[in-house]
Design a protein around this ligand. Structure first.
Ligand SMILES: [Zn+2]
Length: 256
């Protein structure tokens, strides 16, 4: 296997040419491997927003050297560098050409964004930020890009709801609340909004069509009156249940 093949495996993209490698230092003195790459000719000058594979005219005549952070290799920071022209798209105007290793407007590779998101599911943002050597805010931006890639239309989550759960939870040391709705059948959060109470939950039910509200069979939650009132108003056919988490919590409190 040639070093180019190894590097392509490492970068996680096949349709690129590796032109050169450089070992460098970051501003804080850490080792940094810079890999100079370019997409195959058949992948150059594409619009990053159009869902087609049409070659577009270049807008820039000069070189436009861009850098992307890739996943570290043995503790060494890795960067990809490539000349990336802007192209003129008849729909989206002048945009930086798409590259196969990164999402649009990202300065990180796709693998990097996906890895940060996977880690953020299990670790707090500060731990991810420290381990991946990125800022706290960048963790959020990696997650947003991954979500847009995996689920471009998040409103699909509201389709076909039958058994849902509603709860509120506090953050900022109990000073702020959010209300969440989960789909028990898919075990996913389908809706989140700041604050709690009936006027907040109204917003969820008002997003649903009449048929969608009628197809809800079960709504679980704690004993909050505002949940019961919303169920009575928007989906009176649904069974209003108390979820096991709160029943166990109440039983424990009673025993205490
Ligand atoms: Zn376009």
């Amino acid at each position: 296997m040639t070093i180019n093949k190894v590097l392509k495996k490492f970068v996680g993209v096949n349709e690129i040419r590796i032109n050169s490698l450089n070992l460098d230092k970051t501003a804080d003195g850490s080792d940094k491997l810079v890999i100079h790459v370019e997409p195959y000719k058949s992948k150059q000058c594409r619009c990053p927003l159009c869902n087609n594979d049409k070659k577009l005219p270049c807008y820039d005549s000069k070189n436009n050297l861009c850098t992307w952070r890739a996943l570290d290799c043995g503790g060494v920071i890795v960067e990809l560098q490539s000349n990336t022209p802007r192209v003129t798209c008849p729909v989206h105007g002048v945009v930086t050409a798409a590259v196969p290793w990164a999402f649009h407007k990202s300065r990180f590779t796709k693998d990097f964004d996906l890895t940060v998101t996977w880690m953020a599911k299990a670790l707090c943002k500060s731990a991810v930020s420290q381990y991946m050597r990125i800022s706290w805010a960048t963790v959020g931006r990696c997650i947003t890009r991954t979500r847009n890639y995996l689920e471009p239309d998040i409103s699909n989550r509201l389709n076909g709801l039958k058994r849902i759960g509603i709860d509120e939870t506090s953050y900022s040391k109990g000073h702020k609340y959010i209300t969440t709705v989960v789909n028990h059948d898919t075990n996913t959060v389908v809706w989140v909004a700041p604050n709690h109470g009936k006027s907040v939950l109204d917003g969820f039910f008002e997003q649903l069509t009449e048929e969608e509200r009628e197809s809800i069979e079960v709504v679980s939650g704690d004993g909050a009156r505002w949940i019961t009132e919303c169920v009575q108003q928007y989906c009176p056919q649904a069974k209003r249940c108390t979820d096991p988490f709160h029943i166990v919590e109440w039983a424990n409190e009673a025993l205490e």
